[in-house]
Design a protein around this ligand. Sequence first.
Ligand code: URA
Length: 234
Amino acid sequence: MKRLDKFLADAGCGTRSEVKNVIRKGRAAIDGRIETRPEAKVTGEEEICVDGKPVCAGPEYVYYMMNKPAGVITATTDQKEKTVIDLLPDDLPGLSAVRKKKLFPVGRLDRDTEGLLLITDDGNLAHELLSPKKHVEKEYYAKISGELAEDAEERFQKGMDIGDDKPTLPARLTRISDSEILVVLSEGRFHQVKRMTEACGARVTYLKRIRMGNLVLPPDLEPGKSRPVSREAL
Ligand code: URA
C-alpha cells in the first residue's frame, strides 16, 4: 500500500507538494470516486485518475545503461561540468522529470574513461553491484604504453599493494597484445585499473568498461547513448 500523493509523484504527475495540491483540489479519483486526502492508501490495482485521465504508476524503479563518452563526469549535478545525468535524453522510456531528479550513476568512471555505466534510482541494486563483498565483476578493456611486468598476471591474481590501506582483491589480467589488455575487478577503487597497471610497469592510455556483472556493453550502443535495461538483466 502506498499513499496516494506518493503514488502520483512516483508516476511522474509532479512533485510531492504539487500532487498534494492536485488531490486537495479534488482533481484525483480512485475507482471513480473523488479523493481529497493525500494520505489515502492505494495498492496500485485501483483505477487512479487525475482530471479524469488514468495515471499509469510505472515501475517502482528504472534502470538505464549508458555508453559513457570520455570528457563527461560521473556525477548527478555539477556547476561547471557536463554530467552523465545531463546526457540522458528526457524522452527515454519510463523517464519523467520527477524521476530524472532521483537518478544516480552506479559507481564511478573517470572523466577520461568510456563505457558501460548503469544509471538507476534503485539504491539497493547499487549497493549489491558495488559492495566488494558481493564480488560483482567489472571488466575493462585498456590500451597501454610501456612494458607490463612478466609476472603481472600473477600479481593481479594475488592482489597487490597500490598504496591503499589494504591490498587489492584478486583480479584477472589478460593480455590481448603488447598494447592491449583486459582486466576484471570485483571492487571499484579510485583509478584502480590505472594504478594496478602502473604498479606493473605500464601506463593506461585508453580505458573502457565493457561489462558489469551479467550486463555487457552492447556493441551498437554508441558513446553518449543510453537505453533502458531490465532489472532481470542485471
Ligand atoms: N579504473 C580506473 O582506473 N578508472 C576507471 O574509470 C575505472 C576503473
